[in-house]
Design a protein around this ligand. Structure first.
Ligand SMILES: Cc1ncc(COP(=O)(O)O)c(C=O)c1O
Length: 383
């Protein structure tokens, strides 16, 4: 009996009526830019992640840039980044005129290889950006233990809203952390980000830099006794403010975060059990002493055992209507970085393996049992 072909997306945002209703307020009030909704979103996000300060931004990329700028990182400074990550993690270092120094990754966890990262520390190292890739926290304690104390740890928590490391939430593990609310993340505001920290001096600087370097925010100015006076500007800032429309959506999404993760964790477990007999496919595990946020379910296609290459397998699944993606890319293999720093593909063997063999399979909160069964069946049919 032939079964009906299904379309299974790699990710779909779970937005609907409540988000639609939520934007009514700002639209009707006319306060559209950063205002009360963003403030409430920041407050709830920081409470949920048990971190003191949270600043909403236009994206995770701008939150990362803001963090480096607030630490005064610039020309002559080095920042260590994993070689297997979304390109933005490295780009933000260049935005500041500093130098990204790549470190290899562990092909099992896909996260930064701590020993390799520590071996790359020099007198110029000012910060490191460990990435909690796909929602699994990097080993922050091991990094902290080996790093000189002045080196700032900026978590790239783009995929890690709600993730935990040793019972502590992402966002307060390092000196600062940046989250993403792009639609491929578990919760979304269309585009958007959040910069968290327990260091209030840092957050105060970042808050000003987010708004052109203004001494006080627009909201404070409007609520103050002399709203007609423009604030002073004593630093070179940016406009990285989130809109209140996004803040309103973010508040609704945040209420769903834990439920989304629970549901994804259940399906991740189900995938692991249903796919355990596929000898050429390694599935991601739940960490022993933490909580994966399951932004994506990224498998590893063993090139020595698989009947076809990773790309051929992706092609076969696509033909059946099943979307897959490489986990992400090895930044040192991208033309821009390879040419700029004269890098060779074998400089970071772990990142190269991940670039060539990782495969995200569909996992999101709008999938149904039949979708999951369809994906598993199609993978088994490959061989
Ligand atoms: C690891 C990582 N860092 C940074 C980013 C950038 O996030 P945004 O799109 O919100 O700027 C992403 C986005 O996919 C990411 O996966």
């Amino acid at each position: 009996m032939t079964e009906d072909k299904r379309i299974v997306h790699i990710a779909l945002p779970s937005t609907g009526e409540p988000e639609w209703e939520a934007v009514r307020d700002p639209i009707m009030s006319g306060w559209l830019t950063q205002g009360p909704k963003v403030a409430a979103f920041e407050k709830r996000f920081s409470e949920m992640h048990q971190v003191q300060n949270a600043l909403a931004t236009t994206s995770c990329t701008t939150a990362l840039h803001l963090a480096l700028a607030a630490y005064g990182i610039g020309p002559g400074d080095e920042v260590i980044v994993p070689a297997f990550t979304w390109v933005a993690t490295a780009n933000v270092v260049l935005y500041c005129g500093a130098t990204p120094v790549f470190a290899d990754v562990d092909p099992i966890t896909f996260n930064i290889d701590v020993n390799d990262a520590l071996s790359r520390v020099t007198d110029k190292t000012k910060a490191i950006i460990p990435v909690h890739l796909f929602g699994l926290c990097a080993d922050i304690d091991a990094l902290r233990a080996g790093l000189p104390t002045h080196v700032k740890i900026i978590e790239d928590a783009a995929c890690a809203a709600g993730a935990q490391y040793k019972k502590q939430y992402a966002g307060g593990l390092g000196d600062a952390a940046a989250f993403s609310f792009h639609p491929r993340k578990s919760i979304t505001t269309g585009e958007g980000g959040m910069l968290t920290s327990n260091d209030t001096t840092f957050s105060d600087i970042a808050e000003k830099l987010r708004n052109h370097g203004a001494e006080i925010s627009e909201e404070q100015r409007h609520a103050g006794p002399r709203p007609y006076l423009l604030p002073d500007f004593n630093m070179l800032g940016f406009n990285y403010r989130m809109t209140d429309l996004q803040g309103a959506v973010g508040l609704v999404q945040l209420d769903k975060l834990h439920g989304f993760i629970e549901q994804r964790a259940e399906w991740a477990k189900w995938y692991r059990s249903e796919l355990k007999d596929v000898s050429w496919l390694r599935c991601p595990e739940e960490p022993e002493n933490g909580k994966h946020a399951w932004q994506a379910f990224v498998t590893y296609v063993d090139p020595d055992k698989a009947p076809f290459s990773r790309n051929e397998i992706m092609d076969k699944l696509q033909t059946k209507g099943i979307a897959t993606r490489p986990g992400t890319h090895a930044v040192h293999m991208l033309d821009y970085y390879a040419n700029k720093y004269n890098l060779s593909v074998n400089d970071f063997p772990g990142a190269k393996l991940c670039d060539e063999n990782t495969m995200a399979i569909p996992l999101h909160n709008r999938m149904e049992l039949e979708d999951f069964k369809y994906v598993v069946r199609a993978i088994h049919e490959i061989g």
